[in-house]
Design a protein. Sequence first.
Length: 664
Amino acid sequence: MPEPSTDRVEEGLPQRRQLSRDELPVLYQQYHDEHGTKATRLGIWSSFFVYMLFSITDILLVPDVAAYTVAARFTFGVVMLSIFELLFRWNGRSAWLDRLCAAAVFLGYLIWLVPSMMTEHTVNMSYYMVFGAIFMMGANLFFSFQFQLSVITSSLVFSVFFLAMMVLYPHDTSYQIAFGTFYLSCFVFTSYVNWKLNQERYNVFLNALEAKIQHKEATERGQALLNLSRTDPLTGLENRRAIDEKLRHYWSDWQRYGSGFVAILIDVDFFKRFNDFYGHQEGDRCLILVANALADMVKQHNGSIGRYGGEEFIVLAHMEKREQVADIAEAIRSTVENLAIAHEHRRDGTSVVTVSVGAAFTRPQTSAKLEKIIHEADRALYLSKAGGRNCARLFDPNDPQSSDESENIAALLKIAIGQDLVSLVYQPIQNVASGRVEAVEALMRLKMLDGTSVPPSLFIPVAERTGAILALGRWAIRTVCAELLAQDHVRVVSVNVSPIQLKTPGFAASVATILSDTGVAGGRLAFEITEGLEMEIHSDILRCISDLKLLGIRIWLDDFGTGFAGLSWLRLIDFDTVKIDRSFLHDCGAPRGKAMLQDIIALVRNRGHKILVEGVETDEQMSLVRELGIDEVQGFYLGRPAPAARFRTRPAAHKRSLSLVKSA
């Protein structure tokens, strides 16, 4: 690509930065001061040594006056170097240093020429005078003088030479013509080259300035996008992605230095009723007021606050003592209550907006994991709600009500498959353009021996921790093949796959065996991958995904944008579909939320992946996904999770099955 011309860059820069034409010379001088001073210093020292080296030719060509010329050279050189070094150490501007160098070039020529003209070796001197052109070329080419300064300096050298020639050889016309023409040619040629060099130097400056401005603007845009990606569009608080990163930092400090911290989950009481009664606009206003009040309060404790979900917030703060946790939790509760935001539709005797608060504090534990403290805070929040709401609870490991149920769940998972305690339900995935059910997502359900349901948020983490997820995963894949795919009841079934499964040797081979046993083609299966908090991409996972794709299995990225999946996944893995988390669609009521969703769609679209949006629950949301050109959608508006029997229809009836699921 050709270099942009000086004029083009000069015209573009004022428009980009509102620079006036008068500012460019000032910036150029600053640029020259920054980059030219050291070069000028090196140049004058080099010139001094070359200047002194020519003492040898003085001795050879004008030996009778060589003592004077050499002494003059040395004295003048030392004086000029001393003056230059003083200016340099006093941080003199490059313009003054250039002028000093220009004066040194001219005076150095003059101081050598005057004693040399007194020699009796006139023939030698007639030839020796040709070396004066070196001073002219030095002014124009060796130093980075501005064009005007170089022309003035070389003109003075040329003038002095002409006068000396007229004095020494007044009657030698041939000599005057020959050497005068030579000097004049050198003057014209070197002046022209200096003009071009100055033009090129200025062009380099403009290009460097343009690159600097572009880099700064790109950095600012990148920082703005980063801030936007880490900020909740409605409340302006940190979003889940940002708060999860901070949670990892807090946890790291706790593990390394024993710096305790508290995790506090905050849930706005009866917020759905508030939204239904006052409208979504007032609901958004309520969340903003609560967020601002909590942010001001948490700031006093040097803590961090973020929006963790629809009406849920999370606070992280370093604490030294457990007693401090109860104080901050109660302060959070009272701060929201004191806002006195009217909520007349609660029907629990309270007429203002309140919050339930659940807190967990770090404590020494065996096999402690990052998710543990969030789970404990969630248990405390559950007890706070069960206790009547508008209260704060601190997780107590010795309280039977808040005790960790993971051991019971772990034991349950060992017998779940054999006792038929685990089952699958399926949620339809619709093609937006055609309205057909293109696929269904398999969702695992677990019940206790007494029939009580266990939420996936409880049993999935336990299954991953204990390794039970491996057997459950194989059972789920075999079940979807047998229930729906083998008889062509649906076209594609997606199954959530844990990173634990992907890292297990032989996982891809076990999937291939299931496909062979059931007679199902790999292209009928899609595996949804979600990056966990402690999940890292490494060679085992990438190799397993590559093996799965060789089987024809489609690889989907789940919950993109929540902080559990990063851009590095899009860069390293060729996903067939990217599922955008429901929170981005639900935030589209605000302009910033809609802009965020559009940015994410553009990013994924540029990577060439198919886009699926989760959480479609209303006509307005369905209209929006059509407007945004989404490929596929999923949500309660299209159908709730249902047993396999609801999908056992002929392939041509996929669209009709959607209405059956919606009516269920």
